[in-house]
Design a protein around this ligand. Structure first.
Ligand code: FAQ
Length: 308
């Protein structure tokens, strides 16, 4: 069978494309773009929470937060490895991120102003991430879909720790509840933006759905997220900052208000509140870690020589 026909057969039969299989150049490029963006998001996503590790209110909370941030580093590593199976080098991907030529999720360009933001990131940001990533466990590219299985298990723990943190705050003093409400007021809309532009304005969705890289569209995932989250906010006794939010009996879904796409594109294009700090911090960490990478490579080379 000709390679393109074999490729299509694998896609149609819900099997997985593996690194050694023939694939169209566009498929490979789309995967590199998406997986690299995803990996960069995990790594840059360590910064907003890293900001609170030294200020966690108890040893217990500090241990949980450190574990979560370490998991995010691990997710970045699985994802860079998955990208490497497509023939790109991890160092080149880093370089593209540092030069501002690669994107990462818009959500990580907002500041973390209070301890309640740690709960809200877990609940809303990890909640949105899982909603998106569960479908990616069924992605047609084997290494990406398998990385997603493990990542989703860990994200689910992240989401639950965030929600539990907010339950505690909401059961606390009036000030603590107000802090939780303020965090939701700031994170709600940016969380909805995580799913990307409306389907009608998404240049990649149609082709990515046909290749089974994406399995659900941006708007359908966003709707799933809203439907799942509103009852959780009700349970916390917190208000979602959207006057248009309303259950629609006919559709069997919540209707919600318009998203500020101008803000979204401003943030994606580099002018969000924290873009510059995030990338500068990332570059500094990369430069300061040069000696560690060199030492690790020298050690690996020595081991190889000894084994030979
Ligand atoms: N931010 O045509 P589409 C996490 C770009 S992980 C920035 O719809 P696509 C874990 C898009 O790249 C969060 N850019 O594109 C965690 C494209 O630009 P390009 C990350 C965005 O790829 C939690 C253009 O807009 N998750 O949170 C965004 O088909 C807590 C047109 O868009 C993933 O990356 C955005 N929000 O669909 C860590 C999941 N949305 O390349 C720490 C994998 C869109 O043409 C703490 N990715 N763009 O210049 C995906 O599923 C997809 O890539 C979408 C976008 C759904 C994000």
């Amino acid at each position: 069978m000709a390679p393109p026909a074999r490729f299509q057969e694998i896609i149609d039969s819900e099997s997985k494309i593996e690194p050694s299989d023939w694939m169209p150049e566009g498929y490979r490029k789309t995967l590199i773009r998406q997986i690299a963006q995803h990996a960069h998001s995990e790594v840059i996503g360590m910064q907003p929470e890293g900001n609170w590790i030294t200020r966690a209110p108890s040893l217990h909370r500090k241990a949980i937060l450190m574990a979560k941030v370490q998991d995010e580093a691990g997710h970045g590593l699985y994802l860079y490895s998955a990208a490497e199976t497509l023939g790109v080098k991890r160092n080149d991907l880093q370089e593209l991120l540092h030069q501002g030529k690669h994107k990462y999720s818009s959500i990580f360009n907002y500041p973390t102003l209070s301890w309640a933001d740690m709960g809200t990131i877990g609940w809303l940001v990890d909640g949105a991430a899982i909603t998106n990533q569960v479908m990616l466990t069924r992605c047609s590219y084997g290494p990406y879909s398998r990385a997603m299985v493990r990542i989703c298990k860990e994200e689910s723990f992240h989401q639950r720790q965030g929600y539990e943190l907010l339950i505690r705050l909401c059961q606390g003093s009036e000030e603590q509840k107000a802090m939780a409400q303020d965090a939701i007021d700031r994170w709600w809309w940016p969380s909805l933006m995580m799913f990307g532009p409306n389907d009608s304005d998404s240049p990649h969705t149609e082709q990515s759905m046909a290749w089974k890289i994406k399995r659900v569209t941006n708007d359908d995932l966003r709707q799933q997220f809203v439907d799942m989250t509103v009852p959780q906010a009700d349970y916390l006794g917190l208000r979602i900052p959207d006057p248009d939010l309303k259950w629609n009996e006919e559709r069997g879904h919540y209707d919600f208000g318009p998203i500020d796409w101008e803000e979204f594109w401003r943030v994606v294009r580099g002018s969000g509140p924290m873009n510059r700090d995030r990338v500068e911090h990332k570059k500094r960490a990369w430069d300061e870690g040069t000696w560690v990478r060199e030492a690790a490579s020298a050690h690996a080379a020595k081991q190889q020589r000894r084994a030979a």
